[in-house]
Design a protein around this ligand. Structure first.
Ligand code: NAG
Length: 520
């Protein structure tokens, strides 16, 4: 009998040290609801499965949840508010200004987060974690929390592998066929586009190397450790989960430590509120959903644009459901505005025929997940690229915000609603997204638990990380080969010149001798 007791105790011991209930810190301080959504989806899933999740976030939960605790950094929202006001103007602002504001904002957020008293309290609490998940977006110093808590780090990227994170894993991204996402060039590039892409990539790399990383190293030194280099901490990063998949992003090379979980943030469909459910059920001709996401606001569109939109909507037989954050008078009969919409659950409704979107990456994933074709009105950041890719994948048409007129929008609506090719194409991509060996959310959880179980994943690290960039690109070897070739050719040249000279000289001499003979 006592053997059974011992066995039972042993089993309890094993269970408690296994992955069944780990302590997980999720670091998601970006004051942007879409970045938070992605981190929260993973954090919630992990807590649902019995892990103890602590989240550093600017959006603490209103209703507490089991196994889930917030460390609030609400103050971060203020930094973003100023920026947000100018978003629609961004279309007209210079590219340099856009980029510098992005980097300024991200270093402020990193700093505010580490200086925040709630975060400081957590850091000084002596608490331990089994893994740290960092929503990685130009906030490398936060990876240092892994060093601070002596826990392995998993990065979570709301978007795709890019110049912002490839260097951490030595993930190859040849500019010849991997678009930089900063512009509108898509994966099939001609000579000039490849040149443009290369220059864009170089430009970003220079900013990363000479501005972003030095700033982050300073923040790391100030708030986390003076004795360690941030670069050594980044080198130890276990792996990165990216919100990408071939159905919504390009087929690009990925090292084993970069793992695609695109589509994981889409929730299982919930029941719609009764009024919306009825509205959608009763729309026999279908519904067009219109939302510019959570950061941009439809109410900030210019009156001219709003007017053109309403005129175009009034001419279609479908209903239009528009996320509009203020009141609007004189709406056409078929247009309904609401201040907030459960976007994913509406996209899941079979009567939704088209989605008018700004082209935020999460919206693109959701629309492909639910198989709804797109009218894209991209505004800033990667949106132009996302929409250009959707157009090239055959399920979208694009209209620039500045050139939006009633005629253009009417043309786009007619094209998307009446030409079946867009719907057919998006269905094909949707099937690809759903045809995966593991559901994306299960894959995400699997890899987090994998890192906990193996206490890191240094065996996944690419040897490319131990090389300098010019060694990785073989530039030193190519230069060596060129110099060998040059030296050899030059030596051959010198030798043959010598030989020729020698031969000619001899011949001239004999000639001279012959001539002399002749004239004697
Ligand atoms: C990186 O990981 C190794 C092995 O786990 C550890 O010994 C080292 O201290 C870590 N380096 C930093 C800077 O945290």
């Amino acid at each position: 009998m006592s053997q059974f007791v011992i066995l039972f105790l042993l089993m309890i011991c094993i269970m408690s040290i296994s992955v069944n209930s780990a302590k997980i810190l999720v670091v998601a301080p970006m004051p942007s609801y879409s970045h938070f959504t992605v981190a929260f989806r993973l954090g919630k899933e992990l807590s649902d499965r019995g892990h103890q999740v602590t989240t550093i976030s600017p959006y603490p939960l209103q209703v507490p949840m089991e196994n889930y605790r917030d460390v609030s950094v609400e103050e971060n929202i203020e930094i973003m508010d100023e920026e947000k006001k100018t978003f629609f103007g961004k279309n007209r602002r210079g590219i340099i200004e856009n980029i510098s504001s992005l980097f300024r904002m991200s270093s402020l957020i990193t700093q505010y987060t580490l200086a925040n008293q709630n975060v400081q309290r957590l850091m000084n609490s002596g608490e331990e974690f089994d893994v740290i998940i960092v929503e990685h977006f130009l906030n490398d110093a936060l990876v240092g929390l892994g060093h601070h808590f002596k826990a392995p780090v998993v990065l979570l990227s709301s978007v795709i592998s890019s110049v912002m994170n490839n260097y951490i894993f030595a993930n190859p991204a040849p500019a010849s066929y991997v678009p930089s996402k900063g512009g509108v060039v898509t994966k099939h590039m001609n000579f000039w586009q490849r040149l443009q892409n290369l220059l864009t990539v170089c430009f970003f790399n220079l900013i990363m190397e000479f501005h972003h990383l030095p700033t982050q190293r300073e923040i790391f030194k100030k708030y986390i450790s003076k004795d360690v280099d941030l670069d050594d901490v980044l080198y130890n990063t276990s792996l990165m989960l990216t919100n990408s998949h071939v159905s919504v992003s390009d087929a690009v090379p990925l090292v084993p430590s970069v793992i695609e979980i695109g589509g994981f943030h889409v929730n299982p469909s919930k029941k719609l509120p009764a009024n919306l459910q009825n509205y959608l059920d009763e729309a026999e001709e279908g519904v067009v959903l219109f939302s510019l996401g959570s950061t941009l606001k439809s109410k900030d569109l210019t009156p001219r644009v709003i007017d053109s939109m309403l005129k175009a909507f009034s001419k279609i037989k479908q209903k239009v459901l528009w996320k509009f954050e203020a009141d609007l008078s004189e709406l056409p009969e078929n247009v309904k505005i609401m201040k907030w919409l459960p976007q994913q659950d509406i996209l899941a409704h079979p009567n939704v025929r088209a989605f008018i979107t700004h082209g935020g990456f999460l919206s693109i994933v959701e629309t492909v997940y639910h198989g709804v074709p797109v009218i894209g009105i991209p505004v800033f950041g990667d949106q132009k690229y996302n929409i250009a890719a959707a157009v090239s994948n055959g399920y979208a048409v694009s209209i620039g915000l500045n050139e939006l007129t009633e005629e253009k929008l009417s043309w786009a609506l007619n094209e998307i609603l009446n030409n079946p090719k867009y719907g057919d194409n998006v269905q094909k991509w949707a099937q690809l997204m759903h045809d995966q060996p593991l559901k994306p959310i299960d894959k995400a959880v699997y890899w987090v638990e994998y890192v906990i179980h193996h206490k890191g994943a240094s065996h996944l690290r690419s040897a490319g990380l131990d090389l300098k960039w010019y060694q990785r690109e073989m530039i030193d070897v190519i230069l060596f080969l060129i110099s060998v070739a040059v030296t050899v050719s030059f030596t051959c040249y010198l030798i043959s010149k010598k030989i020729l000279y020698f031969l000619c000289n001899k011949q001239t001499k004999t000639n001279v001798v012959n001539i002399n003979k002749k004239y004697k």
